[in-house]
Design a protein. Sequence first.
Length: 628
Amino acid sequence: MLEELEIRDLGPIRHALIAPASGMTAITGETGAGKSMLLSAIRLISGGSADAGRVSPGAKRAWAQGVFAVDASAKEASDAGKPEDSGEVTGAGVAAREPGVIDIVRDAGVEPEDGELFLSRTVPSSGRSRAVLNGRSVPRSVLGSVAGRLVTIHGQADQLRIASSARQREFVDMVAADAAELAAYRKAWDALGALEARLERMEHQEASARQRADYLRESIERINRVNPKPGEDDELKAKRSRIEHAAEIAQGVGGALSALDSSQVDVDADTPSAVELIDHAAQSLRSIHAEGDFGQLADRLESIGTDLSDVVDSLAARLDSGDDMDDLDSINGRIHELGELTRRWGPTIADVIAWRDKAVFDVEDLDASPEKIAELVEQRESLRKRALKAADALHKAREAAAKRLASRVTAELESLAMSGASLEIRVTMRTGDGALDASGGDDIAFLFTPYEGSPQLPMGKSASGGELSRLMLALELSAADMNESTSAADPASAGAASADSTTADAASNAPSSDAGGARAGMTFIFDEVDAGVGGKTAVELGRRLARLAKRSQVIVVTHLAQVASWADSQFVVTKVPPDADDDDLGVITTVAGVSGEDRVHEIARMLSGSESEASLDHARELLSASRL
């Protein structure tokens, strides 16, 4: 909701501060007073293009700021649209959800302050404009994304966006509460798209892809032929080293054994071993019965003898288990084979094995064998049938909602001085190849008949600015009524639908944030909605704007007292001639809120152009009667 709009040096407005009501606010004033500048300010803070020519004469820059109230419900509703984790692997777009305003703000590195967002824009008389969100400079596209979920402008230029089939489809989805059908379709569509992409790659492999498949197969075969084992090359190199130094090892070990225990190398030798000599020495020391440390010295000798015995056994084992020199050639051959592998796919045997295992899977994707392609074609047909079934369910939900919406809108138009006008919403299921796309299989067209006997033409090409504004009002009211009915019938499904669905509006493509109304919390701005109407029709127009304001904030720029009288607050835009000293500044426009008798006088002026007692009485009567 827009809490405050402040403007400085924009066109004829030197300074204006507007605090719209949470319900309906009327902006009134004489033709040419500068009411359009208020819409210009809204468009600026909504990321619209900046025009340095709009800067007030003599000013260095124009500035506009809107303060919007956002609450936790926006985030909760945004989260409500996220599907529960079912453990299934789905396509990228299955859980696709339009980001809520809180998501966009946080993605920009900004947090709301006390539940408020400050959107401001500075336009210098020369140079580039600057967009600011809660005191932080951001691209103007960020302002557009944020404002697009907070404000909907129904002016002639803004609402022509709903003339696109995509926007019309989104509007129907909003009122259809078809979130479940849409999610089911997107899941099926994503799965089909992923498989078709894979199949296309396999069917249209280039020569380089086929060559890579051949290379992978040959490499896998070569590695498997060698059949390497992790760490095998290091073990073989150690064994080779022992064989190559066998003579040196044998001589050294033999000499050591000869010195320690000659019987290990010569069974006929009768020389006592070192172990025996040490044992003899220890026994000699133990035979001494005199006082001294002879026992301790004997213990030490026995310990040395035990260690020496272990050394002799180890050397003897080395001498007996010498590697066969005949194995050297086969070991070198195996080391060479393993080295070829590590040079190409290493640096280690473990890397070679890991590369081979991955290559096995890569070959499967690159292998466009007829059997594999036939298998994928069969899978594709199954997924296509699933997508078509989901698209049909979505089509039925849209078609039913479109009929209800068109009927409601036509009934509303009858009360808005558009007798004979009607809206038809066609939901046509496409057929043949290419029938499905990411949004389903439907072509949706809003066809408007502005008067009886008029040809039925696409919306946006068959209505004046005022007629189109009233048509949009009828659409918004009907959508709100339908969503409210859905919420009353099934609050849970309505909440999920409104949170998940991608809602469309004429200006912003804003998602719903509440099930109780089409876009509760949204600020709707209507311009030219009263063009060409008056009398009773103007009263009905005001009544319907007030109805919409029960669910959402409504700001209407109007010149009709019968419309303005329904507003909860009213602001008057007035031209003030320049002072003699400031003649170079031109006409200045002021914006001031009116209430009480001041409002009565403004309504009287709008009624008759005068403030006579009769017109004042008429104004009071009108204000008193303009209540829901």
